[in-house]
Write a protein that binds this ligand. Structure first.
Ligand SMILES: [Zn+2]
Ligand SMILES: [Zn+2]
Length: 99
């Protein structure tokens, strides 16, 4: 699900290229931040491929990925918390596949 190239940025209110940044470069289990590459807005925090930080639950939760309506040529994926179903982020990419 990391094949996303773009993310919906709530700060820019637009779909922007996404940047993934590990909090600890050598330790992927510490989490990866998905940021807007234009303004640096933190779209969401991914702990591993299947877990995200949910700020509604205030905890690390399993992630669900739903197909979302495409934007132009990019297919869309909605990342949700599997516990409270709050949507965490909208990802766009050429190959967003649900796992
Ligand atoms: Zn932005
Ligand atoms: Zn939640």
């Amino acid at each position: 699900m990391i094949d996303a190239s773009h993310v919906y940025c709530a700060n820019c209110r637009a779909i922007q290229p996404v940047e993934f940044e590990r909090f600890v470069a050598s330790e992927p289990s510490m989490g990866t931040a998905a940021r807007c590459s234009r303004c640096g807005f933190l779209a969401f925090t991914m702990i591993s491929e299947a877990r995200v930080y949910c700020d509604v639950c205030d905890d690390v939760r399993p992630a669900l990925l739903h197909e979302y309506r495409p934007a132009g040529l990019l297919s869309g994926g909605l990342v949700r918390c599997a516990v409270c179903y709050a949507s965490r982020a909208r990802l766009y990419g050429t190959k967003v596949s649900a796992k």
